[in-house]
Design a protein around this ligand. Structure first.
Ligand code: SF4
Length: 469
């Protein structure tokens, strides 16, 4: 069995929860529709060409990553910033903790970053009594609720405005309201104080631009801009794969990212940050650091086929298109990344043995590959990972029954007459009363309708058709 019983039970609870089903289904449907409108050929005739270009740029960058990393580092340093390489989450946290200690910082603000979610940065910092406050509205709600993001673009997609009212009432001094606009104002008021008091601002990065040493961040709330400019120190934490060669490549990626993620032509704020405040500049941080994190990424670089998993620009379109994500929701995926992209990168970052069921959490319908703006062949990678799981289980002795069953099936397939006879017997047995409540059919039938085999098989119908000619 690939999945633990408690994981199965948790998924069943999500599927049986009408409130979550409605919230996730309607939010993803809205994002899906907006994306479809934004990339339709009347709205963006060059959409397919942009996808191809984005794919080529990412492929080229990753094949020459060493060159672009050096170029990026040299340009950041030329602007007065510093690049730090971190092998994993512990090294990222150590750097931030060390700097906070040196500068006497007790509290920091953060803008939305899936990379820091991936390494549980907040928990690591809080463990050392360094307060980290999320400033993206969805992330702020999630943090107050002691929850984790449900979607890589819309972290609180599973919560209703009543849920948000409950969370605010429990954690903040403001009067209860269920009006989203008033809730946003409450968050804004509480967060303003944090921006002004924080000693460090931590952001992620949507793109790292090698030829200008710039960190590019896109957002809609303005909180990332405040996080990166109000506190005296800015630290951007990014995976190595966020690199692109030239500033002019952003013309391709920015057109794709907003449209694919939220159906926007461009997000409300696009910031380019390259180094600390200079000379006569009125604002900006006095210190600027970019932490480039590996955390399993260089392992992927070694595999020419699976390397394309690193092309991802975290737009979330594959989640909105995925029938499995829309049903089982974000919290049933074990890592920070959910949906189809989570099903391929989590097993590659963390090892296939940890959650071997993940590559199987897909119907292989191909909807994810169809919407992916950088053309990652997600179904192909899922199949490759499934192969790895099967081989791993063969080597380590798991899946004995499954293996034997497939061996027998293979043996039968090579004997057409026997195969036809076995098919007829199996169809007759499946039609016996109560057959649907025995063995694996019972499990299958407990959540869906079991269709009975046709009285006449395709083979028999074909034979009759040929005879009647
Ligand atoms: S895999 Fe493609 S569609 Fe999914 S989040 Fe990444 S870029 Fe977007």
């Amino acid at each position: 069995m690939l999945m633990k019983p408690e994981q199965e039970e948790q998924i069943r609870r999500t599927v049986d929860n009408p409130k979550i089903q409605l919230a996730v289904y309607s939010a993803t449907a809205r994002l899906k529709e907006k994306r479809e409108e934004a990339v339709a050929s009347e709205a963006l005739p060059e959409y397919q060409e942009l996808r191809t270009q984005a794919n080529r740029i990412k492929k080229h960058t990753l094949e020459n990553l060493d060159v672009y990393l050096e170029e990026f580092e040299a340009n950041v340093e030329a602007h007065g910033g510093k690049v730090i390489y971190a092998r994993n989450g512990a090294e990222v946290a150590d750097f931030i903790l060390g700097l906070a200690r040196e500068r006497g910082v007790r509290m920091l603000v953060k803008s939305k970053s899936m990379t820091t979610e991936e390494i549980h940065l907040n928990q690591r910092l809080e463990h050392h009594h360094l307060e980290a406050v999320e400033t993206d509205l969805g992330e702020y709600i999630i943090q107050l609720a002691h929850d984790r993001p449900y979607h890589i673009v819309a972290p609180a997609v599973h919560m209703t405005r009543q849920d948000v009212a409950d969370v605010f009432e429990k954690n903040l001094a403001d009067p209860r309201t269920e009006e989203p606009e008033k809730q946003a104002m409450i968050a804004r008021r509480n967060l303003r104080e944090k921006f002004l008091a924080a000693g460090i601002g931590i952001s992620g990065a949507n793109f790292l631009v090698a030829d200008s040493g710039a960190v590019c961040i896109v957002e809609n709330e303005g909180n990332a801009r405040l996080t990166t400019t109000a506190p005296p120190i800015h630290i951007a934490v990014a995976g190595l794969e966020k690199m692109i060669p030239r500033a002019r490549d952003l013309a391709v990626f920015l057109k794709l990212l907003g449209r694919s993620g939220t159906g926007q032509l461009l997000t409300v704020y696009t910031s380019f940050l390259s180094g600390p405040r200079r000379g006569r500049e009125a604002d900006g941080p006095g210190e600027f650091y970019v932490v480039l994190m590996d955390n399993g990424r260089t392992r992927l670089l070694a595999d020419a086929e699976k390397r394309q998993s690193l092309y991802c620009i975290r737009c979330g379109a594959c989640l909105n298109a995925c029938p499995v994500y829309r049903k089982i929701g974000g919290h049933n995926y074990p890592g920070a990344y959910s949906g189809p992209i989570g099903a391929i990168i989590t097993p590659q970052y963390e090892g296939i043995a940890k959650d071997p069921w993940l590559p199987f959490a897909s119907s292989l319908c191909g909807a994810c590959a169809e919407v992916c703006p950088v053309k990652i062949d997600i179904p192909k990678i899922l199949l490759d990972l499934r192969k790895e799981v099967v081989e791993d289980r063969a080597v380590h002795g798991g899946g004995f029954v499954e293996r034997k069953a497939f061996q027998m099936y293979g043996w039968l397939m090579r004997r057409p007459k026997l195969y036809a006879m076995a098919g007829r017997i199996a169809a007759k047995m499946a039609r016996l009363p109560g057959a649907a409540s025995i063995g694996p059919a019972a499990k299958w039938g407990s959540v869906r309708e079991v269709t009975l085999p046709a009285r006449k098989s395709f083979r028999d119908q074909w034979r009759e058709r040929e005879k009647s000619k």
